[in-house]
Design a protein around this ligand. Structure first.
Ligand code: BV8
Length: 244
């Protein structure tokens, strides 16, 4: 079980597709597999994009368009409230490429696997906000060259974003919380071990035990929308009250 909550100053939270499931965004590996019958590794790799750019562009265009139809849920909103009220360090690292944490209001947030609403130009190497369709090969918003835009997504075999910042936060944190992820993909799946090695308390909240459940001091099974708001209230009440 978790140790004393009073000693918690610095928190790192990792989220995965499970936190967006109740908003209607399909997960990768659930029974309602997101990937149009594709293996994840067959549409989310640089090789897949080189082999069939139209297939991959359409795949991301569809997911980007779907963002217009979904809303943040109670779990996203609770984490945004924690972000606003927590006086210590807090970093929300999401594996998700949807914009639900952003729309809920989380500020101390980073998307380690990129974002659907961003594009990367292979001509000027610039990244830009983008909410349209890449299949129509639009011009780069920065350099105006057409035909060089790819999704700003970290595919398998590519280096996740801001790893140094994440690793520094894991060394410093007193509490590491993993929410809605299967623990199937590295380096994210290894964060719990790094945090624990550096002395953090570790908590998992997930619908099912993740592949790394045994690394956590505590695992709570259930839906994020049911578990996360109560956890945030308890944290703010028990630990944060005199400091918020
Ligand atoms: C890298 C963007 C190196 C794409 C994604 C062998 C061993 C170890 C590692 C490897 C290996 N072979 C290859 C690797 C490396 C590889 C990897 O880990 N492969 C796996 C398959 C073994 N990793 C990489 O390639 C990474 N890069 O290693 O680079 C490097 C070094 C130097 C220089 C260059 C490179 C990059 C990985 C990033 C890939 N991109 N996403 C896109 O979104 O389109 S991965 C994708 O799957 C997600 O982003 C996420 O990260 C990952 C896992 O998905 P989850 O979010 O966990 O979702 P999932 O569906 O799996 O699970 C949902 C969970 O929620 C479930 O547990 C379910 O129970 C729960 N749930 C459901 N509903 C709810 C719920 N929980 C709560 N409430 C609910 N309502």
């Amino acid at each position: 079980m978790m140790g004393c909550m009073k000693d918690i100053q610095n928190i790192v939270i990792l989220t995965g597709a499970g936190i967006s499931a109740e908003s209607g965004v399909a997960t990768f590996r659930g029974p309602d597999g997101l990937w149009e019958g594709h293996r994840v590794e067959d549409v989310a790799t640089p090789e897949a994009f080189a082999r069939d750019p139209a297939l991959v562009q359409n795949f991301y265009d569809e997911r980007r368009a779907k963002l217009q139809t979904v809303q943040p849920n109670a779990a996203h909103q609770a984490l945004a409230k924690l972000d606003a009220k927590w006086p210590g360090d807090l970093l929300l690292v999401t594996q998700n490429v949807d914009d639900l944490h952003d729309r809920a209001g989380s500020k101390r947030l980073l998307h380690m696997h990129g974002e659907l609403n961003s594009v990367w130009c292979r001509f000027c190497d610039g990244r830009s906000a983008f909410e349209g369709q890449l299949a129509s090969t639009p011009a780069c918003p920065r350099c105006s060259q057409a035909g060089y835009l790819r999704p700003d997504i970290v595919w398998f075999g590519e280096m996740p974003y801001q790893m140094e910042r994440i690793e520094a936060a894991l060394v410093q944190c007193d509490l590491f919380v993993s929410i809605g992820t299967s623990g199937a993909v590295y380096p994210a799946a290894g964060f719990v071990q790094s945090a624990r090695y550096h002395g953090a308390q570790t908590l998992e909240m997930n619908l099912d035990p993740s592949e790394g459940s045994f690394h956590f001091h505590e695992s709570r099974m259930g839906r994020a929308g049911d578990l996360v708001p109560g956890w945030v209230e308890g944290l703010l009440r028990e630990v944060g009250d005199e400091r918020v």
